[in-house]
Design a protein around this ligand. Structure first.
Ligand SMILES: [Zn+2]
Ligand SMILES: [Zn+2]
Length: 486
């Protein structure tokens, strides 16, 4: 398969449960076999998550008690109050990320697991699985939980706060959804799908045949199926629909540099007002002033909540900055064709994609405070325009990381241009591990098979020696374990 981060085509041995295959050049995770059953374990977590989710919709989160006056909120009170304050755009995003999308992805997961349990994968499930993987990062229950924690810590000093079932349900939902993610194996579901024939592209078993030039190969960005073309494949052309998942095939993401650059510039322009304008005005007992993001961090620090202060500082100030700077550095390297810390850059890109959503903590916290502190003129919280700009920065940087193609970094310095190489004699063939020194060979088709019993230690990682420029990928096992796995 093709490494999604560096674009190196390589052949991976059949993995046993609990094993992980990493790219031998950049270290990205290529495949991971879960140590659990394919359908029943994720199904159990999916049903538990759905139960918690439905209960959460109808239960209260917390009650704020100020001098005998009470206000109880649930997960939708914050967005409703935001609409009343004229910030419908923030309310829409909060509702989507915390109510609509979590429900939608859980429903989609139920369909996917049902389809995966059938003897043959039905064709209607392909767009569902493709969209599941796109929408999953936008379901931000775990970020909402941290936002709730920050809001609670701010309130508990000022008044009596009673937590209700909803708070515990949202915490439980966070854990079951994380467990669902770590047990669901999308690659095994895709491997279950049937492959249609496609004009101009041929399916090819490269186990014992020469490695085709990588310019002639392309990997589906959705289901990772590798296809071979008779002629070199143009980088950005639409090559038709994937024969397995039906999504559009492109060798590289379309106009990734231009799109990333425009998202980054807009994010940078919004970053300035997001930090200068107040995000909310807290009026407590008739007194109060507008506060910015930085002001909120100082306030947490002064009340002795050092951990939360550092967390909010990191999520709201450092993260957007880190994302803008690191993506700009990648664009610069690609433009100047500089091979500058390629492995480090690829790692940085994966970190940026992984942690980008956590900047939403501040937006969720504002939405919770706005919903819960509503006591007419005496005490109330108003969201200000700063929060709109801040939210736009977070969303634009997530888009920028999403449209950027990190394989461009390796393409720019010519590391993805391979000549045909013949496999070394004595290749162990289908399903076997490659011996030391073998070239990387793509294996376009994988048969659907029941998970083999683990032959190696759980959690073992196959990884090669550090990469030297121009060297094809190799898989090596740690010396002590070689006997047990071969
Ligand atoms: Zn790689
Ligand atoms: Zn595909």
């Amino acid at each position: 398969m093709e490494c999604p981060t560096c674009g190196l085509f390589q052949r991976i041995p059949s993995l046993a449960g609990g094993q992980v295959a990493e790219c031998c050049r950049c270290g990205a995770q290529l495949e991971r076999r879960r140590g659990t059953t394919l359908i029943s374990t994720p199904l159990a977590f999916c049903i538990a998550s759905l139960a918690f989710y439905l209960a959460l919709l109808v239960s209260a989160l917390m009650t704020l008690n100020v001098h005998g006056r009470q206000n109880t909120i649930s997960i939708h009170s914050g967005p409703i109050e935001l609409v009343h304050q004229g910030l419908g755009i923030v309310a829409t995003v909060v509702v989507s990320c915390t109510i609509l999308l979590p429900g939608l992805v859980l429903g989609m997961m139920l369909l996917i697991l049902y389809a995966g349990s059938r003897p043959e994968l039905p064709r209607w499930i392909c767009p569902v699985l493709a969209w599941y993987e796109r929408l999953r990062p936008w379901s931000m229950i775990e970020v909402y939980v941290i936002g709730l924690l920050v809001a609670y810590s701010k309130l508990v000093d000022l008044a009596i706060v009673n937590l209700h079932a909803g708070t515990f349900l949202v915490g439980a939902l966070m854990f079951t959804m994380a467990a669902l993610d770590s047990t669901f194996d999308a690659e095994m579901i895709w491997a279950h799908g049937s492959i249609r024939s496609l004009p101009g592209l041929t399916s090819y078993d490269a186990t014992r045949r020469p490695l085709p030039p990588s310019q002639n190969m392309l990997a589906c960005s959705t289901c990772q199926l590798v296809l071979l073309s008779e002629a070199p494949v143009p980088d950005q052309a639409d090559m038709g629909d994937c024969p397995r998942c039906g999504q559009i095939l492109r060798r590289r993401k379309l106009d990734s540099v231009q799109a990333t650059l425009s998202f980054l510039i807009s994010a940078f322009l919004f970053y300035i007002p997001a930090n200068l304008l107040p995000v909310m005005t807290v009026v407590w007992m008739g007194k109060g002033a507008p506060s910015t993001i930085m002001g909120g961090v100082f306030e947490l620090w002064r009340s002795g909540l050092y951990f939360l202060a550092v967390l909010v500082l990191f999520a709201s100030i450092t993260l957007p900055c880190l994302k803008i700077v690191s993506l700009s550095a990648m664009l610069y390297c690609e433009w100047r064709r500089k091979a500058w810390h390629l492995v480090g850059m690829s790692k940085l890109y994966r970190v940026v994609v992984l942690i980008g959503r956590w900047s939403m903590i501040d937006v969720f916290m504002v939405s919770i405070l706005v919903g819960v502190v509503r006591f007419a003129f005496l005490s109330h919280v108003n969201a200000d325009t700063g929060v709109v700009f801040f939210m736009l920065v977070v969303i634009l940087t997530i888009f920028a990381a999403d449209v950027y193609d990190p394989r461009g970094l390796w393409d720019a310095v010519g590391l993805n241009a391979f000549q045909p190489v013949h496999p070394v004699a004595g290749d162990p063939g289908e399903g076997g591990l490659q011996k030391e020194g073998h070239v990387a060979i793509c294996r376009p088709e994988r048969r659907w098979s029941i998970l083999p019993k683990p032959r190696a230690r759980q959690g073992q990682v196959y990884k090669s020696q550090p990469h030297k420029p121009g060297q094809a990928g190799t898989f090596r096992l740690p010396a002590g374990d070689r006997k047990g796995c071969a």
